[in-house]
Design a protein around this ligand. Structure first.
Ligand SMILES: NC(=O)c1ccc[n+]([C@@H]2O[C@H](COP(=O)([O-])OP(=O)(O)OC[C@H]3O[C@@H](n4cnc5c(N)ncnc54)[C@H](OP(=O)(O)O)[C@@H]3O)[C@@H](O)[C@H]2O)c1
Length: 316
């Protein structure tokens, strides 16, 4: 019997990974979902999954929650600035409890990346290299949902605004990353390696074109110099530090940090990753079903951009 653990079990990626384990035949009580807020994972408890309370910041709770876990999917913490301490706790707890393999969700091209989030992933990978537990790193690219979650705003404004220039983004859906994580977690080999995971690359102008083609609503990409993008985000209500941070993410895209030619994701999945057009189509169908595309006259369009950016990149 192999017991699988998944951190961030109440989050979007962790939940998909837990469900993917079950879909591939793992018995529910042999899956442990670690969650800061177990009530948010009530759907998983209802399926028979063991949901255990564990804040990333609480080493003792992590150690208790990992009891009996053999293989652990360490989904990176969403609290930027505190991630390294959070991940160090999980890794130390895994060493103490005898976890046989950690699969860690890192960042695409992490070694040379100028992305402001890359440093915490590099530091975590260094902790893993020094730890006594075999590990694999999944260097995930951007989620396609970082963009498709903003579909309503794109359609409302008729444009996508950013500062990424012609930088290409090898994004993939959370579902594809979750499936890849479970494939790798399920493999019996424990050889350490890093997978560079991403889907077919697109620039933001191509994203706008795909949104237009799928929805029939004209949408264009408007590229701004970084300073003007920061100002636009601020005028939408974002604080200066956060606006600079969000703009720096686009600067990193312009540098090519989130683009890869690696076919690792397709190889691991055994199929092509979900196309951008299919992801946009799914988001459009889902949003229309939930009536989330209706323009809101009471809400400034820029505010919806800021809200979506914040939602996409977690707690900044
Ligand atoms: N590749 C990308 O484009 C991209 C984009 C955004 C984020 N990320 C990274 O990928 C990770 C997973 O993405 P996601 O979409 O699943 O994020 P998510 O839906 O925001 O889930 C984050 C999870 O982390 C949990 N969490 C936050 N702080 C915690 C703490 N102190 N202790 C324990 N759990 C804590 C949350 O628990 P609660 O339910 O209790 O809040 C939630 O379950 C993120 O955490 C972030 O590191 C990647």
């Amino acid at each position: 019997m192999t017991v699988y653990g998944v951190t961030g079990g109440s989050g979007a990626l962790g939940r998909l990974a837990v469900r993917e384990l079950l879909a591939r035949g793992v018995v529910a009580h042999e899956v442990v979902a670690l969650a800061r807020t177990p009530s948010k994972a009530a759907d998983l408890s209802a399926l028979g999954v063991q949901v255990r309370a564990a804040d990333y910041g609480d080493l003792r709770a992590q150690t208790a929650a990992l009891a009996g876990v053999d293989r652990l999917l360490l989904v990176s913490s969403s609290e930027a600035g505190r991630r390294v301490a959070h991940h160090a706790n999980v890794i130390e707890a895994a060493e103490k409890t005898g976890v046989s393999r950690i699969v860690y969700t890192s960042m695409l091209n992490v070694d040379g990346s100028t992305n402001p989030l890359a440093g915490e992933h590099r530091d975590t990978e260094a902790i893993l290299r020094a730890a006594a537990v075999p590990f694999v790193t999944l260097r995930n690219g951007w989620y396609t949902e970082n963009y498709t979650d903003q579909l309503g705003s794109y359609l409302e404004r008729g444009e996508i605004v950013g500062a990424a220039g012609t930088g290409a983004i090898s994004a993939a859906t959370r579902q594809d990353y979750a499936e890849a994580a479970v494939v790798i977690l399920s493999q019996d080999s424990d050889s350490a390696r890093a997978y560079e995971l991403g889907g077919p690359a697109f620039a933001l102008a191509e994203l706008a074109q795909v949104v237009h083609e799928v929805t029939g609503t004209p949408v264009a990409y408007r590229d701004l110099p970084t300073g003007e993008y920061v100002a636009a985000l601020q005028s939408a209500g974002m604080g200066e530090d956060t606006a600079r941070f969000v703009a720096a993410l686009d600067t990193s895209i312009a540098h090519g940090d989130l683009q890869t030619d690696s076919q690792d994701l397709a190889h691991v999945l055994g199929r092509p990753p979900t196309s951008l057009a299919d992801a946009v189509q799914d988001a459009y169908a889902g949003a229309a079903e939930n009536d989330r595309l209706a323009p809101s006259s009471s809400r400034p369009a820029e505010s919806s951009v800021a809200r979506a950016a914040l939602r996409s990149f977690g707690d900044l």
